[in-house]
Design a binder for this molecule. Sequence first.
Ligand code: FMN
Length: 193
Amino acid sequence: MRKNLGTQPALFPMPVVIVAAYGADGSVCAMNAAWAQICDMDKIALFIDKDHKTTKNIYETRAFTVSIADVPNMAPADFFGIATGNKMPDKFERSGCHAVKSEFVNAPVITEFPVALECEFAEEIDTPNIHAVVGKIVNVSAEESVVGDKDKILPEKVNALIFDQYRNGYFAVGEKVGQAWNAGAGLMKETGK
Ligand SMILES: Cc1cc2nc3c(=O)[nH]c(=O)nc-3n(C[C@H](O)[C@H](O)[C@H](O)COP(=O)(O)O)c2cc1C
C-alpha cells in the first residue's frame, strides 16, 4: 500500500552547498543552500532568497563560489545556514573558515571545503514561482586529494554532505553501486515483442 503525503518538497537527496561572495567592501559572506542544481554544462542555479546577505553580495560584485560541504566541515556549513550576515557582520570570521580570492572570478574560495565551482553571475530569475540566481561556471578548483586520473573528481574522497528535507538531517554519501548510462543498458536489447 502507498500513502498519500500531500504537497511537500519531497526530493531526496539534496546537496549541501556553501555559496560565498564578497560584499562591495571586500568582506566575505557565505550561506548554506540545499536548493541548488546544475542546469547546463557550464551553469548552476541557486534557489536562494533575495534578502540573504550573500545574495545581496552576489548582486553587488556579480560573482560567487559554490563549495560542496563535506562531513568534516558540517559545523561551519550548518552555521552558514543559521547565522545571517545581515545581523552578524563578522559571520564568516566566526565560522573559523578561511578564504582566498578565486583566480578566475571576484569571489572567495573557502579553503576548508574540497571542491569549489567558481562562477560569474549570469542572471536572476524572478517570477511569481521562482527566485533563482544563475551562475556561469568559469572554473572548478579542488583539493588534489579528491582529484583522480584525468582530473576527475572522486566522489568517494569528497565526503559530501547530503541534506534530508524530510527531517532536516545531514547524511553522508554511501558507496558506488553502478555506472550511469550502463546500469539500464540491458533493457535496451530487443525483447521480441
Ligand atoms: C541545510 C540548509 C539548507 C538551506 N538551503 C537554503 C536554500 O536553498 N535557499 C535559501 O535561500 N536559504 C537556504 N538556507 C537558509 C540560509 O542558509 C540562511 O537563511 C542563512 O542565514 C543566509 O545567510 P546570509 O544572510 O548571511 O547570506 C538553508 C539553511 C540550511 C541550514
